[in-house]
Ligand binder design. Structure first.
Ligand SMILES: Cc1ncc(COP(=O)(O)O)c(C=O)c1O
Length: 429
């Protein structure tokens, strides 16, 4: 039997190279911007510079043609993009916005910025994306929008969610931070909802250090996003904007440097994303026959772009608690994660119902509750079943990928040994 690293044996994985998508093209693009001396041309007043400089405009134009959408509005993060999207669709204090609890926190913070109430809907047990049945059950007269997250690189049920939203006269916003170039049918994720938000932060398939892009086909929403991005209050009068709701401006502007880098990244996005997809598919293939480990699900007609390779673990079949299995893998040098983020409604902001000011606003406008047990599938995935590998965190060339796969098999094959160790540890307590 292979000697497990957790028991003093050799590690299966000697080194994993961090993922990097940057090359000479980005360096050249940055140098060109530096030479102009103008690192951002935005001005927070209506006029020629209200929409930013050449590089920002170039990125937005390229983004729209790549993703087949009418308008792209760059921002300095996906967080800013989500906040702007919630403002743009007109969320008012006390309005409800349905969100999944299994996502990066910014998804659920966005409604709060406008006094909106996040209402959590559960997730699907296979794709980990928001469950449309749970969404439907949570729609009320106060619901203004749904935020669907294309989690880990897999699209949520976007067409169905869009149809549901339209039946109720509400908006679908896609948090597409983790899923550039993912597809549902013929459409890119991010472009199916009324607004889609992409991230360009350092951890993503393509990045500019920080940054984001909002996309929409609706000219009014695009104009509102542009306003919120750049000190709307100064621009509404000269721009003859009538609807002033939520047009309190921020500075969500992307620099010329960020835009120049993002443009180069976008040009090679297809190759970069394909590379991640191939690695994930090899991992999935290598898991065949390992009963109790279910590789990531891909819905029919969907393209999964594998921000992470998130699979399901069945303790009853493997015979070892997930924690023990993951500890053994980590000891082998595989940086697996057990669960993802804690279901967001368990964060202090929801448990204590304190967000804006100390008086409980906006939660005091709503009867929505945030108790443990609210989203049982999410809690089960988090506490027991989900585990995975960050495919966008490591380069994983052939030799390193092989080591990771060998490690998974090594630990799986030693499950009886781990099982008896677990029993002994329990008996000793
Ligand atoms: C699902 C999701 N939404 C939003 C964000 C926020 O992105 P940013 O860091 O660009 O603000 C992230 C970042 O990791 C994310 O994964």
């Amino acid at each position: 039997m292979a000697n497990l690293a957790i028991n003093g044996g050799n590690k299966a994985v000697s080194h994993l190279t961090p993922y990097s998508s940057l090359g000479k093209e980005e360096a050249r693009a940055v140098a060109e911007v530096m030479e102009t001396g103008c690192l951002s041309r935005f001005l927070g007043a209506w006029g020629d510079d209200f929409l930013g400089g050449d590089k920002v405009l170039e990125l937005e134009s390229l983004w729209s043609s790549k993703f087949n959408c009418k308008y792209s509005v760059s921002v300095n993060s996906a967080t800013s993009g989500l906040y702007a999207a919630i403002g743009a669709v007109g969320v008012e204090p006390g309005d409800e916005v349905i969100v999944p609890p299994y996502t990066m926190s910014a998804t659920a913070m966005a409604p709060l910025v406008y006094g909106g109430i996040p209402v959590f809907a559960d997730i699907e047990a296979d794709t980990f994306c928001i469950d449309i049945k749970s969404v439907e059950a949570k729609i009320s007269k106060k619901t203004r929008a749904i935020i669907a997250v294309n989690l880990f690189g897999h699209p949520a049920r976007l067409q169905e969610l869009k149809a549901l939203a339209e039946r109720h006269g509400i908006f679908l916003i896609e948090d597409n931070a983790q899923a550039p170039l993912a597809k549902e049918g013929a459409h890119y994720s991010g472009t199916i909802g009324h607004i889609g938000v992409f991230s360009l932060n350092y951890h993503k398939h393509i990045h500019a250090g920080e940054g984001g892009v909002c996309v929409t086909d609706d000219s009014k929403l695009a104009a509102r996003l542009q306003m919120i991005r750049n000190h709307a209050e100064n621009a509404v009068e000269p721009a003859q904007v009538e609807d002033l709701s939520n047009l309190v401006g921020f500075n969500y502007r992307l620099t010329e440097l960020g835009a120049a880098i993002a443009t180069e990244q976008l040009k090679k996005a297809e190759t970069l994303v394909q590379g991640r997809q191939e690695i994930a598919e090899k991992l999935t293939a290598a898991m065949a026959g390992l009963n109790g480990l279910t590789p990531p699900a891909v819905r029919d007609n969907c393209r999964h772009v594998y921000y992470t390779w998130s699979m399901k673990y069945d303790e009853a079949v493997v015979g070892v608690p997930r924690k023990v299995f993951c500890e053994a893998l980590k000891a082998e040098g595989v940086p697996v994660f057990e669960g993802y983020v804690r279901p967001l409604y368990l964060l202090p902001i929801f448990q204590k119902r304190i967000a804006l000011g100390a008086g409980g606003f906006p939660f005091n406008l709503s009867n929505t509750t945030y108790e443990k047990g609210l989203c049982p599938v999410t809690e089960r995935m988090h506490e027991k079943e989900l585990m995975g590998l960050g495919v966008c965190s490591y380069l994983l060339p052939e030799n390193e990928l092989k080591q990771v796969i060998d490690a998974l098999h090594k630990v799986y094959d030693a499950r009886k040994e781990l099982q008896s160790q677990t029993r002994q540890t329990a008996a000793a307590k």
